[in-house]
Design a binder for this molecule. Sequence first.
Ligand code: CP3
Length: 357
Amino acid sequence: MTQSKSRPQTTAPLLAVLDGRAFPETPPVWIMRQAGRYLPEYRRLRAEQENFLDFCFNTKSIIEATCQPLARFDLDAAIVFSDIFALPQALGYPLRFEDGVGPVLEVLTSGVLEKLSSVSEDRVFDALHPVFAALTQLRTDLPNHKALLGFCGAPWTLACYAFSGHPAPDQLPARMMSYTEPDFFRQFIHLMTVFSAEYLVRQLKAGADAVQIFDSWAGVLDEERFSRWCLAPTREIVSRVRQKIPGARIIGFPRGCTADFLKNYALETGVSAVGVDHTTSYKTMRDLQEICPVQGNLDPLRLLAGGTALKEGVYSLLRALSPAGRHIFNLGHGIHPETPPEHVTDMIRLIKDFDFK
Ligand code: CP3
C-alpha cells in the first residue's frame, strides 16, 4: 500500500507485489517455516548444537539454515532463520526450548516484567547482533531477484506464551489476564510493541527487504479484544517502523481470523500485505485483495499429502485468485515437519508452470 519513491527498483517479484508494481506472471512463492526439520540437511546442521537458542544466536548457523531451502527449491524469498522468541530471549525473559514440547517460558510475574523493562535497548540489540549480521551477509550473498525477509512475533502471540508458560490451545491464561489484570497486561503488550518495532527497524536496516509480523494466536479473541490487543499494537508497530523507514514493507499474519476481522486488520493496521490461513475463503481473499495483496492459504496438510490433494489445492487457489498480481503464494501456516521435500518441488513446479490464460 505505502510506497517509497526513493527506494531503488528491484527485480524481486515478491517485492514488486508488495509495492503494487508490475505484476509477475505467476505469484511469488515462499513457505512459512521453509527452513526446518522436514529438510535432512537442516536436521544435520541442527544436530551440531544441542540448544535451539544457541543455534538461533549463531550467525553461521542462521545463514546456512536460511539458505538451505533456496538451494533446493525455486523459492522467491529467504526468511532469516530465527524464532519469535529471539527477542524475548535477548530481553532476558527466562525461557528455554524443550524437545518435543517447544518453547517453555517462566510465567510472567511483576518481577519478571520489571526486569525486562529495566534492560537497556543497547544491550537487547547487542544480543541480537548475530541476526543482524546474518541479514547483512545474506543480502550480499543472495541474488537480487530473491527477497530477504525478517520477522517478529506479534505482542499478543508473545503474551499467549508469557502468560501460560507453554503452548495452550485456546490461550485461556492470556485471555483471562487481559480481563483480570488489564494494567499488567497492557504494560507487557506495550513493552513488546516498542521493542518489536525497533527490532524490525534494525532488521530492515541490516538488509531485510520486508518483514512479517506473526500473530499466530490472533484467532482466539473477541472483537473488542482483537481490536485492542492485535490490531492496535500491530498498527503501532507499523507506524513506528515507517516513522524511521518510510515505505517499509510489512506483511501481517493474524492467523485464524474471520473475514470481518481480517478486513479490519488490512484496513486499519497499514500493513503492506495480509497473510491468511487455510480456513479463509477465496471470496474473502478476493475481497482483501481490493485492499492490499494477500498471502497464503494452502492447507499445509495438502503439501504433506502431496499428489492429487496438492494439485487440486494449488490449482483451485490459483484459479480463484487469478490474475496473479496481488497474491503471494504460501501455506496457511508453517510447513509440517513430516513433509517430504519432493512435495515442495512439486508444489513450486505446479505454481510456476500454471497457465493463467
Ligand atoms: O520460517 C522460517 O524458516 C524461519 C524460522 C522460524 C522458526 N520459527 C524456526 C523454528 C520462524 C518464522 C518461526 C516462527 C515461530 N516460532 C512462530 C510463528 C509461526 C507459527 O508457527 O505459528 C511461533 C509460534 C514460534 C514458536 C515456536 N518455535 C514453537 C511453538 C516451536 C515448537 C514447535 C515447532 O514447530 O517445532 C518452535 C521451535 C522451532 N522454531 C523450530 C524451528 C525450525 C523447531 C526446533 C528445532 O529445529 O529444534
